[in-house]
Design a protein around this ligand. Structure first.
Ligand code: GDP
Length: 469
């Protein structure tokens, strides 16, 4: 189905590049291409080319002036990304030339595409379900191979298939119960109800294991917010550099956060850690440093993982004691790191253990000895982080992990509905009531793939996309 308006947008990042792509989708897309693109083979016009062929030629403005040299690719409905007529113009990737061609498409009647509108049209036209559509952005934003595995599993429909299998199990159970409603012979009824109890229990287990996978899937998609804290000179920056490693670091500007610093992603065995350098924890009268310390405090408190670094070559300092107070306020997991293992050790591990017990720091995962300088012990630190993130979820199974809070929330609500079904069965209500409960669970699950969703939720999901996707 073609939407009312033809849309266009720049589909490649703005800046200078070898090529840049302008994408046009909608019922007048080919007509627009006809007006602004002149094939090199002047005897032919755009319409006369076979669909999905690449045509070399020039982009021209209303006066016939050449704007750029380009390749025009035509994909006719429904064989395109959006299932509408789509034209992609591959031009030179300069921001001026791209803007110029984009405004030409507007002058020919296209309107600017909203964020994610191409993918939204693909969803509305049934080419992708909602979980697949969400995965398009996840593939683009993947930071590690494991993150990509989650995203790819969602995009290729592996995850949706799992949801469909669950929904079919519920539907089969409904059908089974409905037969018994139609033929109410008592002995059959009790057998059917016994089977239904067993089946509902097994579906609850399956949904629960999907919910369990969310803890890992969401981190692989969003990154694990991690703070490295400790007193000045404990070795925080050295540890950060060690974890980042040259080729593993991805620097991003995270907009909208209160911090104006750059966050960096470290790839820890496939787990993306969102690291921010924090100021050394100490009491200071220096105004600027004070702000830095306060930021470090609030960052640590908000982080899901805190790495508290101590200098193993010195005995505990008053600032380290400060750190224990801060750790008591942290809600995330804490790993205690005793650094500078290559030097003579003066720090007493047992004292630290005692201190942890006294302060009631229940969320400390473990104490790890490392040397940020030589790298000794860093591998076991990485293993601890990985263990923390994966828990009982298996590496390699990421394609089926739940990977966002919306999906997890739907599954939690589904479990509640299935537990209600279980209760209805337990108190001996008739099959009709069991069927009503099961139908609600079946519909709820359908929200993951987008079968039962209001327009504003759908709009909200696509608003998080980038322009041109
Ligand atoms: P920060 O202030 O906590 O960020 O500490 P830095 O990473 O800047 O390190 C402070 C000093 O400790 C520097 O001179 C580092 O070279 C040194 N340092 C850091 N880690 C180690 C280590 O594992 N072994 C040794 N010998 N020195 C280290």
């Amino acid at each position: 189905m073609q939407q009312e308006y033809t849309i266009s947008a720049i589909a490649t990042p703005l800046g200078e590049g070898g090529i840049g792509i302008i994408r046009i989708s909608g019922s007048t897309a080919i007509e627009i291409a006809e007006n602004i693109f002149k094939p090199y083979n002047a005897k032919k016009n755009v319409l006369s080319f076979e669909e999905r062929s690449a045509i070399f030629g020039h982009v021209i403005d209303e006066s016939g002036n050449i704007v750029d040299e380009a390749i025009c690719i035509i994909m006719k409905a429904p064989h395109s990304y959006t299932c509408e007529d789509v034209v992609e113009l591959q031009c030179h990737g300069g921001s001026m030339v791209m803007q110029e061609i984009l405004s030409l498409t507007y002058r020919m009647g296209a309107r600017p595409a909203e964020r994610g509108e191409f993918t939204k049209r693909a969803f509305l036209n049934g080419r992708l379900d909602l979980s697949q559509a969400q995965a398009v952005m996840d593939v683009i934003q993947s930071k590690t191979k494991a993150s990509l595995r989650v995203a790819a599993g969602h995009l290729n429909g592996q995850f949706s298939k799992k949801i469909e299998i669950l929904r079919n199990e519920i539907l089969n159970l409904i059908a089974h119960l409905e037969v018994s409603i139609d033929y109410p012979e008592e002995d059959i009824e009790s057998i059917v109800l016994d089977e239904a109890r067993e089946k509902v229990d097994s579906i609850i287990d399956e949904v629960q294991s999907m919910i369990d996978s969310a803890a890992t899937g969401i981190i692989l998609r969003e990154g694990l917010q991690t703070a490295i804290i400790g007193r000045p000179n404990a070795g925080k920056s050295s540890l950060m550099n060690r974890l980042l490693g040259q080729e593993r670091a991805i620097v991003t500007d995270i907009p909208g956060t209160t911090r104006d610093s750059i966050e960096e992603y470290a790839n820890i065995g496939g787990v993306p850690l969102r690291l921010a350098d924090t100021a050394g924890i100490r009491t200071t009268d220096d105004v600027v440093e004070k702000i830095g310390v306060e930021k470090a405090y609030s960052y640590a408190k908000e982080s899901s993982l805190v790495m508290a670094v101590f200098d193993g070559s010195c005995s505990l300092q008053p600032e380290d004691e400060e750190l224990f107070k801060l750790l008591a306020d942290c809600t995330g997991h804490i790993i205690i790191i005793i650094n500078k293992g290559d030097l003579d050790q003066k720090l007493d591990d047992n004292y630290i253990r005692e201190k942890i017990n006294i302060s009631g720091l229940g969320n400390i995962t473990e104490i790890v000895n490392i040397s940020a300088n030589t790298g000794a012990g860093v591998e076991s630190l990485e293993k601890s982080i990985k263990k923390l993130v994966y828990g009982s979820n298996s590496e390699g199974q990421e394609r089926e992990f739940v990977n966002d809070a919306r999906q997890k929330d739907i599954l939690l609500k589904t479990i509640d509905l299935l537990k209600e079904t279980r209760l209805t069965l337990a108190i001996g209500m008739s099959e009709d009531f069991v069927v009503i409960d099961l139908r609600s669970a079946w519909e709820k699950l359908g929200e993951i793939t987008g079968q039962y969703l209001s327009e504003d939720i759908i709009d909200h999901i696509f608003k998080n996309f980038c322009l041109g996707k």
